[in-house]
Design a protein around this ligand. Sequence first.
Ligand code: ZN
Length: 228
Amino acid sequence: MIYLLTNFIIGSCLASHAAVICEHYNQSDFIFTRSHCTICHSELSLLDELPIISYIFLRGRCRYCHGQISAHLFLIEVIGGFAYIQIDFSKVEGQLTAILIFSLLLVAIYDATHSEFHLVMLLPAFFSISYHINNLFKAELLDYIEAFPILILLVIYIFQKKLGSGDLIIYLILILYFNAHFANQVFLFGSIFLLSQFILEKKDFSKKQAIPFIPYLFLGLVIQLMLN
Ligand SMILES: [Zn+2]
C-alpha cells in the first residue's frame, strides 16, 4: 500500500513537471523552470507546487491573486500518479518504463493543448526502446500480425488526412517497447475514452473538427499499465 502511494506521489510530481515543461516549451530554460501563476505571473513557491495537495488546499485558486487555476493541471497530476502506480523503480525495466511514460506524457500534454508535438519529446522513449532492440529480432512475424489491422487503418487515415502521423508513431513505439497485443489494448481503451467523451458531451459527430487523440491514448496506456 505504501509502495503504491509513494509511486502515485512520484508520478504526480513527474506529471506536474511535465506540464510545466510543456507550458514553457518555447522558452530557453524550459527544463528547470519554476511554475508561475498564469494570471498574475507570481513565481510559485515549493509549497504551492505540491501536486494535487496544493490544488485541493488552495481550492484551485492562486495564493497571490486568487485567480482560478486550470483544473487541467490537477487532472494531469492525478492521471500521472496512476500511470506510475505499478512501476518498480528498483529494477532497470521499471526505470526504462518510467522514462517511456514521461516521454509519452509530455507528448500527450503538448498534443492536448497544441494539437501537435515535437519529435524531440520522444527522445526519452527512443532511449527506452533502444534497450529492447534485441527482443525485436527474437520476435517472430506471428507476434506482429496482430498489429497489421490497426497499422493499415492508421496509414489509410493518414493518407486521407483524417489523422496526423503522430498517432502512428505512438502506436509503433508501444509495439516496439511492449508488444503488438499491448499496443492494441491501449488503442482500444483510448478509443473507448474518446467515444465516451463524445457521448457525454453530446458532440456532433458530423462536424469536422481536429481532436487530439494522443491524450486519450495516454489514458488507455495508464489503464493497460495498471491492469498488467
Ligand atoms: Zn496568481
